[in-house]
Design a protein around this ligand. Structure first.
Ligand SMILES: Cc1cc2nc3c(=O)[nH]c(=O)nc-3n(C[C@H](O)[C@H](O)[C@H](O)COP(=O)(O)OP(=O)(O)OC[C@H]3O[C@@H](n4cnc5c(N)ncnc54)[C@H](O)[C@@H]3O)c2cc1C
Length: 308
């Protein structure tokens, strides 16, 4: 496997911003992934695992260390159990499943990202979470390069939380339990896919974005209530400060469709996106005395670039 140097990351993430990776590789097998980890250890390099780049904002200064972009692309199934490599895209897996009369994952239609990134974040859309389908996964340990197979409980999924966020294990592949369905039911699932795509297109921007930039609040962070319940939705607060489609920094703008989505209109830098996000934090703080924090992963920044 070739370890390259000074590889631009701009075209490898959905914001289409950011600098270069000092070192970069694309392992296609578990063995190559292990070799990449050894390389990082031998050369004392920081590590970052890049999936499809749909939930990251990469610093304009790039990433000092080794970026591993897994290209583990195998998909297999037996009965209603399907296993996909970390580098398989969610869209590719949904397509495979429906072609093989397996239903369930189509609820995640049109959400960008790889299986590695989806397991990391516990991909979610309305009431559906990827963990509802996940049964087990094979992980590689950062420190040793040993692989282990774990069941769903290992991840300790919580609200915006999982054991993978400690970054000491990485996903090689994941196994999902789906429903075996008839051809008619596959046609229904295809219809659902189209319906979700249409719904998402009307609600979310189509441009260069990372989806939701800020995470929702935890119950104990907010005091505002509606119908007797705490308002944890960050978009509620962002809507109230009136930033949608108007607040800008350089070529970065808050989407006119969704107050929690930042969009690179074409020539924005990561710095533009950061100053826009910071401005949003300040406005919410001024109005509600709470500070939104990012769900999007900030990569390669020497210091935390937003307000804590
Ligand atoms: C337009 C748009 C809409 C979106 N809508 C939604 C939505 O409805 N629901 C939702 O949940 N998300 C949504 N997102 C966010 C994004 O799709 C998910 O977070 C997705 O899972 C990111 O996957 P990725 O492969 O791109 O991960 P990346 O962005 O590349 O990485 C994200 C994190 O995952 C880690 N990671 C990646 N691969 C591995 C691996 N093999 N092992 C361990 N860690 C790994 C990375 O290190 C990083 O910390 C949206 C994003 C966009 C751009």
């Amino acid at each position: 496997m070739n370890i390259q140097q000074n590889v631009p990351l701009k075209e490898k993430n959905w914001f289409k911003t950011g600098g270069s990776a000092q070192f970069y590789c694309e392992p296609t097998t578990d063995q190559e992934f292990k070799k990449a980890l050894e390389y990082a250890q031998t050369n004392n390099l920081e590590l970052f695992i890049l999936g499809d780049g749909a939930n990251v904002l990469i610093s304009d200064d790039g990433f000092d260390g080794l970026v591993i972009h897994p290209q583990l692309k195998t998909i297999t199934h037996s009965e209603n159990v399907v296993t996909a490599g970390a580098g398989v895209l969610m869209a590719e897996l949904i397509e495979y499943c429906l072609n093989n009369n397996l239903s369930g994952l189509e609820e995640f239609s049109n959400i960008p990202g790889s299986i590695g990134g989806a397991v990391y974040i516990n991909l979610h859309y309305f009431q559906f979470f990827l963990a509802d389908f996940l049964v087990s996964a094979t992980l590689i340990e950062k420190a040793t390069g040993n692989s282990i197979t774990v069941d769903k409980d290992w991840f300790e999924y919580g609200y915006d939380d999982s054991r993978l966020m400690k970054h000491d294990y990485y996903v090689l592949n994941a196994t999902f339990l789906l429903k075996n369905v008839s051809d008619i039911e596959v046609a229904y699932a295809q219809g659902r896919r189209v319906e979700i795509a249409r719904h998402r297109m009307s609600r979310y921007p189509n441009g260069h974005t990372c989806g939701s930039f800020f995470r929702n609040f935890h119950d104990d962070e907010v005091t505002v209530t509606s119908h007797g319940k705490k308002v944890i939705w960050v978009a509620y607060y962002l809507d109230k400060i009136g930033v949608k489609g108007v607040l800008k920094s350089g070529d970065a703008i808050v989407s006119y469709q969704h107050a929690n989505m930042l969009v690179n209109q074409g020539n924005a830098t990561s710095n533009d996106l950061i100053s826009l996000a910071k401005n949003m934090q300040e406005l919410v703080k001024k109005e509600f005395n709470i500070i939104p924090q990012p769900e999007c992963l900030l990569i390669g920044f020497k210091n935390y670039p937003l307000i804590k």
